[in-house]
Ligand binder design. Structure first.
Ligand code: GRF
Length: 196
């Protein structure tokens, strides 16, 4: 069974959507742990309540210490994939390159447009008519690696930031587990030269 670790920083709605599909058997994976950089992340409590092992990454001791902890977790659980679900830290190039092509992230905009921590707001403020969700591999640059899937979300004339945000999150919850299932089962290949 594919072994995955989940990284979160906040409420963990993407994590919850993934855990729902693991429980239902739609996503064939074993969630070895959920880790957070923030002790108070509401998602950590939710994961623990679901019987998942939780971990706190010691960022208060610096990035190196936190990533060393993550390396150890990776080895201990013999992870196949690390899945970022609202993890708000930037992993160092050294960490990423030692697990190259094995770290996945979701971004709430259509990359390469609107990277960064405020993808939804930036797209809204720009006035785009279509935005969306991107699932991608993590590389050494921020919100940059190979795109695995995208789902467009149309901006409606009567939208405001909040209604748009809700639809983007709904799209994330539908899109992330489906992409992971395809990735884990080999339907999505990650090599650059594969046909899309
Ligand atoms: C999501 O929109 C994710 O794409 C972004 O941060 C948000 C996290 O939300 N990176 P949640 O913690 O999964 O609810």
């Amino acid at each position: 069974m594919t072994s995955i670790g989940l990284l979160i920083s906040g409420r963990g709605s993407n994590m919850d959507a993934i855990l729902d599909r693991v429980e239902s058997g739609d996503l064939k994976a074993n969630v070895s742990f959920v880790a957070s950089d923030r002790p108070g992340a509401p998602g950590l409590e939710k994961a623990a309540a679901r019987g998942i092992k939780t971990e706190l990454l010691p960022y208060e001791n610096g990035k190196e210490a936190a990533e060393e902890h993550l390396h150890r977790l990776w080895r201990r659980h013999d992870l196949d994939w690390l899945v970022l679900a609202g993890f708000m830290r930037i992993l160092s190039p050294g960490f990423v390159s030692s697990h190259a092509g094995r770290i996945v992230n979701i971004h709430p905009a259509l990359l390469p447009s609107f990277p960064g921590a405020h993808g939804i707001e930036d797209a809204w403020n720009y006035g785009v008519k279509v935005t969306g969700v991107t699932v991608h591999l993590v590389d050494e640059l921020v919100d940059h690696g190979t795109i695995l899937s995208q789902m467009p979300v149309r901006v409606k004339p009567d939208d405001n930031m909040e209604t748009l945000e809700r639809r983007i999150h709904r799209a994330e919850h539908r899109q992330y587990w489906r992409t992971l299932e395809k990735l884990f089962s080999g339907i999505i290949h990650t090599g650059k030269d594969d046909s899309r």
